[in-house]
Design a protein around this ligand. Sequence first.
Ligand code: HEM
Length: 430
Amino acid sequence: MAWQLRRDPLEGLRQMAREYGDIVRFYVLGQERTLLNHPDWINQVLVIKHNKFHKSELTRRVTARLLGQGLLISEGEFWRRQRRLAQPAFHRARLNDYAATMLEITEGHIRGWRNAETRNIGQEMTSLTLQIAVRTLFGTTLPEEARRVGQAMTFLMRYSLSRQRLPFRIPETWPTPRNLRANRELGFIDSLVYRIISERQEEGNSNHHDLLALLMSAMDEDGAQMTRQQLHDETMTLFLAGHETTAQMLTWTWYALSENPPVGARLQEELSGILGARPMEISDLPKLPYLEAVMKEVLRLYPPAYIMAREVIEPCEIGGYSLGPKSTIIFSQWVMHRDARYYDNPEEFRPERWLGGLADRLPPGAYFPFGGGPRRCIGEGFALEEAAIVIATLARRFRFRLVADRPVVPEPLVTLRPRHGIQMSIHACT
Ligand code: HEM
């Protein structure tokens, strides 16, 4: 079983759910894992008994070097305080402020696109969301550094993940070529983030309206502000958690639309009918139910966060099984979102399924692209706004066709990515 999971994690997880049902215990290199495949048990872990669990040791190991004590992996009172401090940066009014930036960068990004040319759409979406993340976080464009930051982040994610998958780990302090490169990339990103923080501390925050300015001015009830180290860890976390996931969501959107032309046509009809040729504003979103359904369906079939894990910190019971401290619980969006008990023809990309109130009928824990409970994604509103603006802007101008050089295969890295990227030809709408 563990072998199958290693060889093909996505199919391995589904096979386990098919063969063994709603709760399965297994061992990887002698360590106990419990896989949950039922919404009730997932809801118990995320919401009802959330205080019996921490983020898993595995999550911490993969990300700690990059993200320090940022929101994604911190725990307890420290996490609660940081979440409270960061939350105002994601309030609705703030999200409205970011919309204009998102639109401007999207328009700028596609200015050079020409009819009938072929592009690697995964790279395009990563570069677009990276520019948006840099500007909304730091209020700057960093034209020189942005590309290098993206490459460094990609390398570091691959590096951390591949280390976890090796049965024997070479210490990080050994001067192997990959360790040395990891140190170099980490040093580059660290010094860039600290430089931006220092410049901001010197010049003051008053003229800035970006996420960094909000984090810097956020103050606890006792008047304490974040230290430089905390600012660094939180900005790195928002940067990494923010741009990579949204880039994958957008990449899968163009793939799904190209594979389902009637969906693309209906989306375009809705967008043109409501918006005409004017840019989308965030207040338009409630008038665009089909766009919302498309986004929900993309996140169902191609969830960028495809698996989650927790470590038991207090003995508890889930689904009739006792769980002891240190045991690891896993559950997967990839598996649950394709479960035929909750979704008709689950493999079909059919946004229409969401139009009749499916979201309200699903039990909690059956659809969780952004997680759930107190640790639910802080950037959900930000991501959906960004995705809506990018999709509404591009879908009215271009149609994307898959260039069939090789099959598109989802690859479970830190996020769910297409293994070789996706080459698409771009066709201007007339
Ligand atoms: C489609 C895009 C996104 C997806 C699918 C996604 C998914 C998730 C999921 C599943 C979690 C919960 C992880 C867990 O409980 O173990 C999470 C947490 C988080 N996400 Fe997102 N995310 C997205 C976009 C963003 C954006 C745009 C930001 C920031 C700008 C962001 C920042 C965070 C942070 C800071 C956390 C940790 C929250 C906490 O524990 O308090 N995410 N995300």
